[in-house]
Design a protein around this ligand. Structure first.
Ligand SMILES: O=P(O)(O)OC[C@H]1O[C@](O)(COP(=O)(O)O)[C@@H](O)[C@@H]1O
Ligand SMILES: [Mg+2]
Ligand SMILES: [Mg+2]
Length: 337
């Protein structure tokens, strides 16, 4: 496919030429991309539009909501509810699922999103993003319930993120590799800038919040200790470290130049499997990473095989360059024996 084509043309070709996606899914993805453009606009305006700062409320997970968390959530809902492609939506910022109102045509897809990822970076002008995942409503189920959303990540029919950084960039998979589009603000359209993204199998760069080191489990400590030991340690090479604290930005770096990202279980809240959310953070990112040749596990099992028990379920995440993820997973399995 020639580069410099628009997202619309890329999707039309996925639909028409390759028969990979139905027309409804194509239109749904175009609406999601349009919503991301709107969010990008609000992010760029920042203090000029009065969108920075906290909203004075908490979400279902007890996290303080920022104004942009709520604005991004509303933009995504308003853009998507009337198009006729969706049956329901779910979001990090909403306690339960959002049914498409009866006055609008009902579609067969379910859309999940983290409207604004990296909330702690909003007010300090560091990259943030939107993460999304699309599932098909199970056939034969009347109406829509939360149960319909509880499908393994392997069932996703589309997944992606839009990062609001120095450029606004959208990464997308519909199961045919990962394509990356850059927003051309003059044209107002996303333009294909990279196709068939590949994550190198090996890396010398890891991403983890080191301030939690004392709370980690032994296999994670072992892995990071070996990286820190550098050339003189068992790995025989020096490692670099990065932690943006926006998963979108850390994953975007990994798609661009490789690396490994870890947000493991830790002893601070031992009853929670991890910090990140399975259905609208880990699943879409894991599918993107796998589609780019990388791997994603919770330390033991492939994330995309996990069957969610609830909408806002949390999960430990290890993803990125294949050989490093396999090493961390092996360390966990060895520790169990
Ligand atoms: O502040 P910590 O504990 O390092 O956590 C950072 C992680 O939290 C997150 O910000 C969670 O996302 P939200 O901003 O959507 O809640 C991830 O993007 C990031 O990887
Ligand atoms: Mg997030
Ligand atoms: Mg968020």
């Amino acid at each position: 496919m020639p580069t410099k084509i628009s997202l619309t043309r890329y999707l039309v070709e996925q639909q028409r030429v390759d028969g990979r996606i139905p027309g409804d899914l194509r239109l749904l993805l175009e609406v999601v991309a349009r919503a991301c453009k709107g969010i990008s606009h609000a992010v760029t305006k920042g203090a000029l539009a009065g969108v920075l700062g906290t909203a004075g409320s908490e979400n279902v997970q007890g996290e303080v909501q920022k104004k942009l968390d709520i604005i991004a959530n509303e933009v995504l809902i308003e853009a998507n509810e009337w198009g006729g492609h969706l049956a329901a939506m779910a979001s990090e910022e909403m306690d339960s699922i959002y049914l498409v109102p009866n006055r609008y045509p009902q579609g067969e897809y379910l859309l999940l999103f983290d409207p604004l990822d990296g909330s702690s970076n909003i007010d300090v002008n560091v990259s943030i993003g939107t993460i999304f995942s699309v599932l098909k409503k199970p056939e034969g189920s009347p109406g829509v319930s939360e149960q319909d959303f509880l499908q393994a990540g392997a069932k996703q029919v589309a997944a992606g993120y839009c990062i609001y950084g120095p450029q606004t960039t959208l990464a997308l998979t519909v199961g045919d590799g990962v394509a990356v589009f850059t927003l051309d603000a003059d044209q107002g359209s996303f333009v294909l800038t990279q196709e068939q993204v590949r994550i190198p199998e090996d890396t010398k760069e890891f991403a983890i919040n080191m301030s939690n080191m004392r709370h980690w489990d032994a296999p994670v400590k072992r892995y990071v200790d070996e990286c820190l030991a550098g050339r003189d340690g068992p790995r025989g090479k020096d490692f670099n470290m990065r932690w943006v604290a926006s998963m979108v930005a850390d994953v975007h770096r990994i798609l661009t130049r490789g690396g490994i990202f870890l947000y493991p279980w830790d002893k601070r809240e031992p009853d929670k499997p991890g910090k990140l959310r399975l259905m609208y953070e880990a699943n879409p990112m894991s599918w993107l990473v796998e589609q780019a040749g990388g791997a994603a596990t919770n330390g033991r099992e492939r994330i995309l095989d996990l069957k969610p028990g609830k909408l806002h379920e949390r999960v430990a995440v290890v993803l990125g360059s294949r050989n490093e993820v396999e090493r961390v997973t092996r360390y966990h399995l060895e520790a169990r024996k």
